[in-house]
Design a protein around this ligand. Sequence first.
Ligand SMILES: C[S@@+](CC[C@H](N)C(=O)[O-])C[C@H]1O[C@@H](n2cnc3c(N)ncnc32)[C@H](O)[C@@H]1O
Length: 258
Amino acid sequence: MKKIVNTIIYGDCLEVLKTFPDNSFDLIFADPPYNLQLPKNRKLIRENGTEVIPVNDEWDKFESYEDYDTFTGNWIKECQRILKPTGTIWVMGMYHNVFRVGKIMQDLGLWFLNDVIWVKTDAMPNFNGRRFTNNHEILIWAVKNKNCKNYTFNNDFLKKINGGKQMKDTDWVFGLCKGKERLRDENGIKSHPTQKPLKLIQQVILTSSKKGDLILDPFLGSGTTAVVAKALERNWIGIEKEKKYVDLANKRIQNYNK
Ligand SMILES: C[S@@+](CC[C@H](N)C(=O)[O-])C[C@H]1O[C@@H](n2cnc3c(N)ncnc32)[C@H](O)[C@@H]1O
């Protein structure tokens, strides 16, 4: 394991996860495919006439719910095996997938601590006025099984950075990853379609890990978890199956100054 700490493993997490020993990670943060199933060729146009570029990548496509559930069960089972009894796992999702993910987690015996709602202050509005704007994502926070009691929750530290008041709310309110933080290519196109805000993962890591802990992100994408882990003096391992994102994340991590 020592050799791969603080590196990105290029590969499919379904295979890579099997190579890790039992009970090896203090924290797992997973931002998996959401199976958004956007209809083919449907264009989303903003009020100002510009087109919304949706998440339409192959890695987010599944044949059916059954196919998605099998994939989800396989990676979550492995994460449960490699999570320490003192560790915790966070899994993100939206209404498209999070209820399926939650059922699978509970059926496997993972024990929920909280569900946290990331309320997006600048969510993309619903343009056709036929339903509400979906302005949030959900993070499920869980332990390996219901007997795990000694997990990390940095209550005192969170209180300190919250002006002396207990941080008790499960709604985390802030905007999408934008501006300088958002990685773009030379033509201004987003380098990764679902780059998450540093602040979100910072909150996860500060809440549930200690300096020197080992954090796993099985769907590393643009490397947000690795950048935050490095800044907060945690160790990390990332897995990513698209070479272009492995390269993007490696560059981002190298460029990152503490
Ligand atoms: C929702 S994105 C994660 C975004 C990331 N949190 C960030 O801030 O950039 C999911 C990522 O998982 C990768 N992925 C999808 N299926 C995978 C698999 N089976 N194994 C490893 N990576 C996978 C995709 O290529 C994509 O980059």
